[in-house]
Design a protein around this ligand. Structure first.
Ligand code: SF4
Length: 190
C-alpha cells in the first residue's frame, strides 16, 4: 500500500518513533511521558508560517505565538527553500519581537534638533508624503539636452528582502514611472 507522507509528517513520525524507543529503553513510563509532553511550551500553539526578513534567500519560518507573546520560532520543514534549516541570523529572528531595542512607534527628528521624538503614524505618513511631493516638484527635470527625461535625482528608494515580486512591481511603478526616480536599489543587492 502506498502512503503519501509530507516532509513535516515524516519528521514528526521519526521524532515520535525515536522518542518512543528512547523512553522504552530507559525504562520510563511512556504514558506519563506522553501526558507531560502536552505541557511543553508549544504543544498547544498553532504555528504561523512567515518569511525570514533578513536576506533575499527568503527562508520559511514557523512562528508559535500566544495572544501577546512570540514563544518560539523554527525553520519551516515544508518550505521549498530552506526545508526546515535556518542560518544563525534566521535562528534568532524571535529577537525582532523581544529585543529591548525594538522601535514600536515612528520617531521624528526635527531640522536642527539633536534628539528623536515619538510621533503618531498620521504625522509620520503625512510628513513623508509631503516631503516626497515637495522634493519631487522642486527638483523634477523634464528635459535635458533637448531630450525628455522626466526624472528627479534628489530622491532615492531602498527596498528590503521581505518584498515579494508583486510588491516590487508596484513599487517600481510608483517610484520609477509615477515619480521619476532613477536611484532605486534593494538592500539584498548592496
Ligand atoms: S534564515 Fe538566514 S539565509 Fe535564510 S533568509 Fe534568513 S538570513 Fe537569509
Amino acid at each position: 500500500m502506498e502512503m503519501n507522507v509530507t516532509r513535516r509528517q515524516f519528521l514528526k513520525l521519526s521524532g515520535a518513533v525515536a522518542a518512543t524507543l528512547a523512553v522504552v529503553e530507559l525504562g520510563f513510563d511512556e504514558k506519563k511521558a506522553r501526558a507531560e509532553s502536552s505541557d511543553f511550551k508549544i504543544a498547544k500553539l498553532k504555528p504561523t508560517p512567515t518569511i525570514c526578513p533578513y536576506c533575499a534567500v527568503g527562508c520559511g519560518i514557523l512562528v508559535y505565538s500566544t495572544e501577546d507573546d512570540v514563544v518560539y520560532t523554527e525553520g519551516d520543514p515544508d518550505h521549498p527553500i530552506n526545508e526546515g534549516k535556518l542560518c544563525s541570523k534566521g535562528t534568532t529572528v524571535r529577537q525582532v519581537y523581544t529585543s529591548e531595542k525594538r522601535v514600536t512607534k515612528p520617531r521624528y527628528r526635527a531640522p536642527g534638533s539633536d534628539k528623536w521624538e515619538e510621533v503618531d503614524w498620521d504625522f509620520a505618513l503625512d510628513k513623508v508624503a509631503k516631503n516626497i511631493i515637495e522634493t519631487r516638484d522642486r527638483t523634477f527635470i523634464q528635459k535635458e539636452n533637448g531630450i525628455t527625461v522626466n526624472r528627479t535625482d534628489s530622491i532615492a528608494y531602498l527596498g528590503g528582502a521581505a518584498l515579494d515580486n508583486e510588491e516590487c512591481h508596484l513599487l517600481q511603478k510608483l517610484f520609477r514611472a509615477g515619480l521619476g526616480l532613477t536611484y532605486i536599489e534593494h538592500q539584498a543587492r548592496i
